[in-house]
Design a protein around this ligand. Structure first.
Ligand code: GLA
Length: 386
């Protein structure tokens, strides 16, 4: 009698442990659907990875769509002056265009190093490193197989105040030539005041360099066949970095005053873009790093599209922003609103440390050492002006 009840207790305990473990494993492998985060199938890569799409919705009905390939934002809606929510980020219509190269880096998380490193090499603590050369003589956006091509683990964050995704990716020591195993975490949060918050964290086991950013292209008109030259832009920066023919900073910090690079007072992107200016010729338009005024998390730029009334404000704690006027968009792919992704139909405001910092000692350092934590935050806030 006694023996039977002990056996029953043991059986019950075993079943309970088995049940608990099963639940724990499930939560690791199964994407969880929450009220304001929906998970759906997106596509399958050529390597056989099955890609999921996460749709975050805030209380106003604003939507953010993210896939676990490249941490790519495939869609983000924002209201116009009549309250109509439309997609404001460029993207492909076919999943395979993201999976097989994404030549424009549409919507992607960029790492380990946003923008260019001259001659695809740098020296750190006396050791020299050759990294992937994928842009003429230089390395661009972390190399050919940068973070924009990687499979990210995504978990919706439970008990967060607003819908939040936690994305993680571990980059092996030596990947694309960079030293150190880098553990990277990115949070995407969609708040109820129509704000997309992006927080980046990284840790390494060897000295390395890191410069993470997000490569969404915006077009606030909601029509991706229209150019962005009518968007009015203001950037809180008195200086920008001049570049050479391969878009590497020369080291010179130029005052924007009296040049087409002066966005201290809001003006249409197209106002001076075709001026006879050596720097504009090198970039085929704007493709430069502005040295942001101030420090800490602050408002650094504002974009206004009069016809729709949409406004986007950018806040960051980074020292620079790459304002890129979509000069390499070449009409080879379909847009989500019909037509093709043509020249200057989207712009990027890539918050970052300065390009080529590992080779330019006068720039703020991008080094990360074991025991240190890389942390950075950028906010894109949408509103309307009537
Ligand atoms: C960044 C670069 C540009 C270009 C785009 C991607 O903004 O500065 O020169 O490479 O990415 O096309």
């Amino acid at each position: 009698m006694r023996k039977t009840s002990i056996n029953l207790i043991i059986l019950f305990a075993v079943l309970c442990i088995f049940g608990c473990n099963k639940k724990e494993n499930q939560s690791k492998t199964q994407p969880e659907t929450m009220e304001n985060i929906q998970v759906s199938d997106y596509g399958v890569t050529s390597k056989g990875d099955s890609i999921k799409k996460y749709t975050l919705t805030n209380k106003n009905g604003m939507k953010l769509e993210v896939i676990n390939f490249g941490g790519i934002i495939t869609s983000l809606t924002a209201p116009d002056k009549n309250g109509k929510y439309e997609d404001v980020v460029l993207g492909f219509t076919k999943p395979e265009d993201y999976f097989n190269g994404n030549p424009y880096y549409f919507g992607a998380l960029i790492g380990r190093y946003g923008n260019r490193i001259a001659n695809a090499k740098f020296t750190l603590e006396g050791k020299s490193y050759d990294i992937d050369k994928n842009d003429g003589p230089n390395s661009l956006h972390g190399g050919k197989e940068g973070f924009h091509t990687k499979f990210w683990n995504i978990e919706p964050v439970k008990d967060a105040k607003f819908p939040t995704l936690k994305l993680t990716y571990t980059s092996a020591d030596g990947e694309e030539g960079y030293p150190g195993k880098l553990t990277t975490t990115v949070f995407y949060t969609l708040t109820d005041d129509n704000t997309l918050e992006i927080s980046y964290e990284a840790e390494t086991d060897k000295p390395t360099v890191v410069n993470l950013t997000q490569h969404s292209y915006f077009n606030l008109s909601g029509n991706f066949t229209k150019t962005i030259t009518d968007h009015e832009l203001q950037i809180n920066a008195d200086k920008f970095l001049s570049v050479n023919e391969t878009l590497i900073p020369t080291g010179e910090q130029k005052l924007v005053k009296g040049t087409p690079f002066d966005f201290t007072v809001s003006k249409p992107i197209g106002k001076d873009i075709n001026s006879n200016d050596d720097q504009l010729k090198k970039g085929k338009g704007y493709d430069h790093n502005w040295i942001l005024n101030g420090s800490g998390l602050r408002s650094i730029a504002k974009v206004y599209h009069a016809e729709s009334g949409r406004v986007m404000e950018v806040l960051t704690d980074e020292p620079g922003v790459q304002f890129y006027s979509g000069n390499f968009l070449d009409g080879k792919f379909d847009t989500k609103t019909g037509g093709k992704n043509e020249f200057r139909t989207g712009f990027c405001l890539e918050t970052q440390h300065f390009p080529d910092s590992p080779n330019q000692t006068s720039f703020p350092s991008t080094e990360l050492k074991p025991g240190q934590k890389y942390q950075s935050k950028t906010i894109y806030k949408f509103s309307v002006k009537k």
